[in-house]
Design a protein around this ligand. Structure first.
Ligand SMILES: C=C(O[C@@H]1C=C(C(=O)O)C=C[C@H]1O)C(=O)O
Length: 381
């Protein structure tokens, strides 16, 4: 580099630093304003997450960006990231309490990660929350006395037995609910054990989400839905979307969404391990999509084996879905062995057509994800 180039670069970089500092000032200002919105909303009992306001704001900023020669997607990315921060603020302030005369909430398995998260959300909403864990069963009667909501959040393999053995004498008006990722069996156990209101919940997220904004909670009606309505409203106040489903429909979907998904991720990791793949060098060669895939597979093995064994082994019917997958894999492999490109392309076209409008939608969504995977790459991997 010549001296002139170095000086020119330095000067421009100083200016960029200045602009970035101005950006920091603006971000500080925005965070302060959002915090004030939070106070107003909290006072009025409104949830922080306001999808309509976000959609309007994004549309206007995109149009303005276009007029200024700024790519609309750039401002949308920046604003979405900033809005994520807005939801986190809400945790400092608490949430509106929908049901003020509930009595206490007891979370069975309240020391587990998901139980803790729900305990925290309920506490932030003004409820009196008690945890009942493995070592507390001797005091169970006094802990459960006067409960208005009992939330079961224990490993799937223990759920039904625990409900049947321990929850037969809840107060009559108490809601019995669970957070298990299968729904038919726990719902049946709850309905047979407790005569009062019952509802099955399945939060479609892990305990490490910073906020419930935009997350989904599947709700399976059990008994006395009117008595459970406040709970669904409360979950909505936390920003999550409540999706109603029958327990059998939910479990059927979970064969693909969970059992098959996690099983094939497990096999993918198992295969890498058995083949003694060199992850560090694979990363060096990886395209963004491969990196994303490795991250999705690798993250499974940073979690608990029990959790995934529970999810995968919980449903007999998932063997069917996983078996079908294996058949399709074998059939496709056969095409490869025979060198049958023609049939491969025919099947490809058949699947593309079946995906329909989702295929281009997914291409767009994944483009943004892949770009952010690339942005997040450490310099030397
Ligand atoms: C700040 C608000 O609350 C949330 C955060 C927003 C933001 O950061 O711009 C926009 C809408 C809401 O989801 C608001 O409603 O204005």
């Amino acid at each position: 580099m010549t001296e002139k180039t170095t000086a020119e670069l330095e000067q421009l970089r100083d200016k960029i630093d200045e602009v970035d500092q101005q950006l920091l000032d603006l971000i500080r200002k925005r965070l302060d304003l959002v915090a004030r919105v939070g106070v107003v909303k909290h006072g009025a009992g409104l949830p922080i997450y306001a999808p309509q306001r976000e959609a309007n704001m994004l549309a206007r900023r995109r149009a303005e960006a276009s007029d200024m020669g700024i790519p609309p997607q750039l401002i949308e990315d920046i604003l979405r990231r900033l809005m994520r921060e807005s939801y986190l603020n809400e945790k400092d302030m608490g949430f509106k309490q929908v049901k003020t005369d509930l009595g206490k909430v007891v979370i069975i398995g309240g020391e587990g990660a998901l139980g803790k998260l729900f305990g925290q959300m309920l506490t932030l909403s003004g409820y009196q929350v008690h945890s009942l864990d493995k070592d507390d069963w001797q005091q169970a009667d006094s802990i459960l006395d006067g409960a208005g909501l009992v939330l079961v959040s224990v490993p799937i393999r223990l759920t039904c037995e625990l409900i049947r053995d321990k929850l037969g004498h809840l107060p009559e008006h108490c809601i019995l609910a669970d957070l298990t990722s299968v729904k038919e069996a726990p719902l049946k156990a709850m309905l047979e054990t407790h005569k009062g209101p019952v509802v099955g919940l399945h939060p479609m997220f892990g305990p490490d989400v910073g906020s419930l904004a935009k997350q989904v909670v599947v709700v399976c009606e059990g008994r006395q839905p009117e008595a459970c309505e406040w709970l669904l409203e409360q979950i909505g106040i936390w920003g999550a979307r409540v999706v109603q489903a029958s327990a059998d429909k939910h479990d059927e979907a979970m064969q693909l969404v969970q059992a098959m998904r996690h099983f094939s991720t497990f096999v993918y990791g198992l295969n890498l391990c058995r083949e003694q793949a060199d992850i560090a060098s694979l990363l060096q060669f990886s395209s963004p999509i491969y990196r994303l895939e490795l991250a999705m597979v690798g993250r499974l093995f940073a979690q608990s084996p029990e959790l995934y064994a529970d999810i995968i082994f919980a449903q007999d019917k998932s063997q069917q879905a996983i078996g079908d997958y294996l058949d399709n894999y074998a059939n496709a492999l056969e095409l490869l062995r025979k060198g049958d490109r023609e049939t491969f392309m025919q099947w490809f076209a058949e699947v593309s057509q079946w995906f329909g409008d989702f295929a281009p939608q997914f291409r767009n969504e994944s483009r943004a994800m892949l770009q952010s995977v690339n942005d997040m790459k450490p310099a030397h991997q």
